[in-house]
Write a protein that binds this ligand. Structure first.
Ligand code: FPP
Length: 243
């Protein structure tokens, strides 16, 4: 069911249940200031924390952020290291999320990540398992195609083991083999920094999402921009293939 803004927001606005954000523009933000790219990622990580808290405050149930794609390994090693270090910081602080009632989930292929990061991810997930507020999916070494392929492999193994037949595979079962199993699809996907691309983000789940592209670079993104995106979302006429 749609949710409504609390008292300080204009009445009657429908809150998306699940928001996806492609956190783009960190590099350009740094370049504009003559700073190294990692300074942009650092400011982007701050923005991520602010927006997560804001989503929790206004009652969003799911937020998925694209932090590192399967293609981002192609970047210079020191930039990759800087992003991984920011992630370590986030993971160390994620424990305090227990008090915030925020659940952390990591989506993507963990295998190539450093062992200390994988351990911290598991601890953050375990420690926030019972949170009932916002669920934050951090997409890390994530690619939509890779997610679909691993789901197909998982289901193929179940068929091979004789647990299901090929005919048992319908959309619902397929969705339950994705990293986002059990979660509603995103209603709204926001891409700051003005690019009109999906970049391999939530390919299955975005089937009926509303896209909002904003010119602001991610490090400059504020709760006001999120409100604006929600307002644009409210102006859309969602028909899900109907009339
Ligand atoms: C895209 O901007 C951004 C990334 C590839 C990294 C995003 C990472 C963070 C915001 C920080 C770490 C995250 C967490 C969860 C702590 P870009 O570098 O492609 O920007 P550009 O297009 O301007 O070059």
């Amino acid at each position: 069911m749609p949710r409504f803004f609390a008292s300080k927001k204009p009445a009657q606005r429908i809150l998306p249940q699940h928001i996806g954000i492609i956190m783009d523009g960190n590099g350009r933000w740094a370049k504009k200031r003559g700073l190294p790219r990692k300074a942009g990622h650092s400011k982007g990580a701050e923005t991520f924390r602010t927006i997560t808290q804001y989503c929790q405050d206004i009652g969003i149930k799911y937020l998925t952020v694209y932090a590192f794609s399967t293609e981002n390994w192609k970047r210079p090693q020191d930039e990759v290291n800087a992003i991984m270090d920011l992630l370590r910081d986030y993971l160390h602080n994620a424990f305090s999320h227990k008090d915030d009632n925020i659940r952390s989930i990591f989506i993507g292929d963990r295998q190539p990540l450093d062992e200390d990061i994988r351990d911290l991810m598991a601890q953050a997930e375990e420690g926030s398992r019972d949170a009932t507020g916002l669920t934050v999916n951090v997409a890390l070494n994530y690619g939509g195609r890779q997610e679909i392929v691993q789901a197909a492999q998982k289901l193929a193994r179940q068929v091979k083991e004789g647990n299901i037949s090929p005919e048992d595979i319908d959309e619902e079962r397929f969705a339950s083999a994705l990293y986002t199993a059990g979660q509603p699809d995103p209603d709204l996907i926001i891409r700051p920094s003005g690019e009109y691309r999906i970049s391999n983000f939530l390919l299955w789940q975005c089937a009926y999402a509303e896209f909002v592209i904003m010119d602001t670079l991610w490090p400059d993104f504020t709760s006001k921009h999120l409100d604006e995106a929600i307002e644009i979302y409210n102006g859309r006429n969602r028909r899900f293939g109907g009339i």
